[in-house]
Design a protein around this ligand. Sequence first.
Ligand code: 4NP
Length: 152
Amino acid sequence: MVKILFVCLGNICRSPMAEFLMKDLVKSRGIQNDFYIESAATSTEELGNGVYPPVKKLLAARGIDCTGKRARQMTAADYNKFDYIVCMDSSNLRNMNYIAADTQGKYRKLLDFTDNPHDVADPWYTRNFALTESDIERGCEALLEHISLKEI
Ligand code: 4NP
């Protein structure tokens, strides 16, 4: 069982998008039982709130239901629970280190698994949800590839 926690600032846009796209990806490969996937925020900004409506809509267009997901904050206990703690940008990484020091090298930025590493832009500010979706989709595929190579 590989446990992945996706992290962003608010846990209403990017990390839930990554959580649900990754769940969909492993399901499409028939390997969903080998994974435990969640997402969390670094901030307390949106705690308890559902997925941001434009993200919910974009997921629904792919047949993915994220009803019931509520923003939660990452905890120090998450550090021990998860194998991969994958964030969206350098600012997330800094904030995660305030929650738990990365003593076991579990922290990564999602697009560092791709051949074009860069921060996933926050659509909360850019309003470009399609760009975020394609970046996160590519990142999830690269992350799965990385895990498959390691686990086999
Ligand atoms: P996210 O986007 O980190 O991708 O979930 C944001 C959501 C809310 C806020 C910032 C970013 N906010 O400041 O409330």
